[in-house]
Design a protein around this ligand. Structure first.
Ligand code: G6P
Length: 360
């Protein structure tokens, strides 16, 4: 263990730090001789031929899928649904005429996903597995595979595999858009390189995140994460990270939904981590923040350069808004890490959890 961890006290911290390198590796692996994105014909045709994508995943990979839907719909104009694998098997929705299944799985071994893959293969539907382990069961059994190139992820709480999943989903969306001759308003590889730099800037500020974790999370019983749109999906992932390793009861909520129930839980000192990286909802999420602050919440605001206000706590660099989730999740990963560390939790091997769950 010591050799692999190098100078790091935990795999999780090492893997958080590796994220800028993973971005660079993905750019390298997915660009062709003319510095363009070009996926295998098979994947390309499958994306072009389908009338709807069904993303199937669990845990952190499910949260990546939620953002994948936005990327595929916005960039590639492919209607997309995202499903929790264990629900899909036993409660299958009405499928479109030409469905394409995308299985997102770091390990490629999750039994809940395999159960769906077996079912849809019987029905004759094509599939793509997006995984960090190309020889894995889900990779072998699906029609196509896209590799994450994140390197082995050892900590149970997934970090670099999640951001790699978002990067590869971006590449898939861009490739599909190109195949469909849709106009792109950004240079994806350049934007991913900017993401890598923005991640690096955050990795260089660990002391700050340790202080924030200490201030907001050291003694708390619970914590809420809020955001709208893509920020909501990152909020779900931030809450999952915190739950998994610090055992703090944490929930992610859509900002506008708070008033329909959850705001009843806000009391003096309740920590709320709020995300605002999307311009069109910046004012709305800020009014949600005022609502919880008025009830005593301790708000930590994570925002993007260009949208920031003087009171904000964490400002991520100005990346393309569609790629903001790749960067805004880093502060949440680091806060979860330091919260767990200071609460004396076993960061890399949290209780009751396994890295890959091979039973349904
Ligand atoms: C387990 C892990 C989670 C992970 C989930 C899905 O529950 O503890 O961290 O997100 O499985 O794993 P996968 O390998 O399919 O992405």
């Amino acid at each position: 263990d010591d050799i692999e961890k190098g100078t790091y006290p935990h795999f999780m911290l090492k893997e958080i730090d590796e994220q800028p390198f993973v971005m660079r590796k993905i750019i390298q692996e997915y660009q062709n001789e003319s510095d363009q994105i070009k996926l295998d014909e098979g994947v390309r045709d499958a994306m072009k031929d389908c009338d709807r994508v069904y993303i199937i995943a669990a845990g952190t990979s499910y949260h990546a899928g939620l953002i994948g839907k936005e990327l595929l719909e916005t960039v590639a104009e492919v209607p997309t649904e995202v499903h929790i694998a264990s629900e899909f098997s036993y409660n299958m929705p009405l499928l479109s005429k030409k469905p394409l299944f995308i299985f997102i799985s770091q390990s490629g071994e999750t039994a809940d996903l395999r159960a769906v893959l077996v079912e849809i293969k019987k029905m004759g539907h094509p599939s793509i597995t997006i995984t960090n382990v190309p020889g894995s069961t889900l990779s072998r059994e699906a029609t196509h595979t896209l590799h994450l190139h994140a390197g082995p992820e050892i900590a149970v709480a997934s970090t670099k595999a999640y951001t790699a999943q978002l990067a590869v989903l971006t590449i898939l969306a861009v490739d599909t858009a190109q195949a469909k001759d849709l106009e792109l308003d950004f240079d994806p590889l350049k934007e991913l390189a900017i993401v890598g730099n923005a991640m690096e800037a955050l990795c260089d500020q660990k002391d700050r995140f340790e202080k924030i974790a200490y201030q907001y999370l050291y003694t708390t019983r619970n914590c809420f994460f809020i955001g709208r749109g893509m920020d909501y999906h990152v909020a779900l992932e931030g809450a999952l990270k915190l739950k998994e390793i610090s055992y703090i009861q944490a929930e992610g909520f859509a900002g506008g939904e708070l008033k329909h129930g959850t705001i009843a839980l806000i009391e003096e000192g309740t920590p709320v981590i709020a995300l605002s990286t999307q311009e069109h909802v910046n004012n709305l999420i800020r009014s949600n923040v005022q609502e919880v602050e008025a009830r005593g919440a301790n708000v930590c605001m994570v925002t993007r350069e260009g949208l920031e206000r003087p009171e904000d706590d964490v400002i991520i660099q100005d990346v393309h808004p569609l790629l903001a989730p790749l960067v805004s999740v880093l502060p949440l990963q680091l806060m979860a890490y330091y919260a767990a560390l200071h609460r004396d939790c076993d960061v890399d091997k949290p209780r009751n959890l396994a890295k890959s769950v091979t039973v349904e």
